[in-house]
Design a protein around this ligand. Structure first.
Ligand code: ARG
Length: 466
């Protein structure tokens, strides 16, 4: 059934119908559409625009439609233009003329604006939860590996020793920001557009604040033209999701490197790896690669909506129907990636000895050796030169600084004593770095306490979870 046949004398061209229709994808928010309609008629009855009996009939009809969609007895047919027409047509079919009153004081423009907001709002709550689950897994590894030493890198060259806790806590920080961005978006978008009509409000005495409160919004939006054409929250969400993917992708890149035969810092579990059809020895990190790859897809969604919106005059334009498919795809992609990543991380084995040996073999304690000389009165620039020479000696002898005999040290600089070995041990190198945010065990313990408290304190989205 069409909602707008009255002023037309010809049938719609079939290709036009197909091109114009959105039911194939906006059926995704049938639940939100029906929830919005129930709130709308509840408000209409409170305002005396519908009788209580009409309200009850409509709500019962809507609930029946919802149940039938969910139990599979009501299928989405290709005839309806969109989810809004679909629900209304079926309501009229089921309850007759009363059903025709549902759309009083409403347009599909404010209706779709509401549905999309309700949908993304629900998804934000879920995304926040998925990130939290990931962070709980990360927390387990961080809190138990403060003394698992590994090389820290710059330019992908070994730089200074850190701990596994410290390295992974960098990602914990990133995900903390991701969750806080989701909460910001939630709060900023949480105003109800319903009652804005097509663009200029309505002449009915609607109680928009009441509808907003029924749907758990902070209040009604304050400009009807903006309400029907605002898609900022989608742009913000896709931007936040792009950042989530960027973080996951960087993490995946590190895991892929760590999982190589050359590094062997980690072993990805068999359940999260795949094989080769030709090379029997292969065990590939496909999941990490796919997450890295899907990042492009989410960025694409962001660029797509930004481009769609850039030339649109106020108020509603059909271009905005293009906000949905990419957004849905991006949300589903990110949800899948976070869940898969969490599984991969929690089953992954860290090869602590390999990481520690790698930190020792890469002269990551060279800065500490220079600092040792500084503490013995040698100016830093000279100390830098002296340690540089010692590194060359080690390369020549194929040994680490820890393995070089004291005589070699003293041959270059008499300031060296037996305590140099203690000063450049992995444990000392890491432990001495105890300013907050540094890898020192004590510093990390304080950070880990903050993380526990962070995870135990619900954020805005946690409190909205059903
Ligand atoms: N399917 C449309 C969308 O997604 C719903 C709003 C239609 N409004 C209109 N005036 N044609 O944007």
């Amino acid at each position: 059934m069409k909602l707008w046949g009255g002023r037309f004398t010809k049938e719609t061209n079939q290709l036009v119908h197909n091109f114009n229709a959105s039911l194939s994808f906006d059926q995704k928010f049938y639940d939100q559409d029906i929830r919005g309609s129930i709130a709308h008629v509840t408000m209409l009855a409170k305002q005396g625009i519908l009788t209580d009996t009409e309200r009850d009939e409509i709500i019962a009809g809507l609930k029946g439609i919802l149940a039938d969609i969910e139990n599979g007895t009501l299928a989405f047919d290709a005839e309806s233009e969109d989810i809004h027409s679909f629900v209304e047509a079926h309501l009229i079919e089921r309850i007759g003329d009363t059903g025709k009153k549902l759309h009083t004081g409403r347009s599909r423009n404010d209706q779709v604006a509401l549905d999309m907001k309700l949908y993304t709002r629900d998804e934000i709550v879920e995304l926040n939860q998925l990130l939290k689950t990931l962070m709980e897994e990360l927390y387990k590894i961080i809190s138990t590996n403060t003394e698992t030493f590994m090389p820290g890198f710059t330019h992908l060259q070994k730089a200074q020793p850190v701990s596994l806790s410290h390295h992974l806590s960098a990602y914990f920080e990133m995900f903390k920001r991701d969750r806080s961005r989701l909460c910001d978006i939630y709060e900023r978008m949480n105003y109800c557009p319903l009652g804005s009509g097509a663009l200029a409000g309505t002449t009915y005495p609607l109680d928009r604040a009441y509808t907003a409160s029924l749907l758990d919004f902070a209040g009604p939006t304050l400009n009807s033209m903006d309400s029907v054409s605002d898609r900022d929250y989608i742009i913000e969400l896709l931007s936040a999701l792009s950042t989530v993917m960027m973080h996951l992708s960087r993490f995946c890149e590190e895991i892929i490197i760590w999982n190589t035969n050359e590094y062997r810092f980690v072993d990805i579990d068999d359940a999260y790896s795949t094989g080769s059809s030709i090379m029997p020895q292969k065990k590939n990190p496909d999941i990490a690669e796919l997450i890295r790859g899907k990042t492009g897809r989410v960025y694409g969604a962001l660029i797509s909506i930004l481009t769609t919106m850039k030339g649109l005059p106020l108020a509603y334009n059909k271009d905005m129907q293009e906000d949905k498919e990419f957004t849905f795809d991006a949300i589903d992609t990110v949800k899948g990636c976070i869940a898969l990543f969490t599984g991969m991380l929690s089953t992954m084995k860290f090869n602590n000895e390999v990481m520690e040996a790698s930190a020792k073999n890469g002269f990551t304690n060279a800065t500490d050796a220079a600092d040792y000389l500084v503490n013995h009165g040698v100016p830093f620039r000279d100390a830098h030169g002296i340690i540089g020479q010692l590194v060359l000696t080690c390369i020549d002898k194929d040994c680490s600084l820890d393995e070089l005999p004291l005589s070699e040290y003293q041959a270059i600089c008499p300031a060296f004593g037996e305590d140099i070995y203690e000063a450049i041990s992995m444990k000392t190198c890491v432990e001495k770095r105890n300013t907050i945010g540094a890898p020192g065990v004590q510093a990390m313990k304080e950070v880990i306490e903050c993380y526990r408290e962070y995870l135990d304190t619900p954020n805005v989205c946690d409190t909205k979870q059903n």
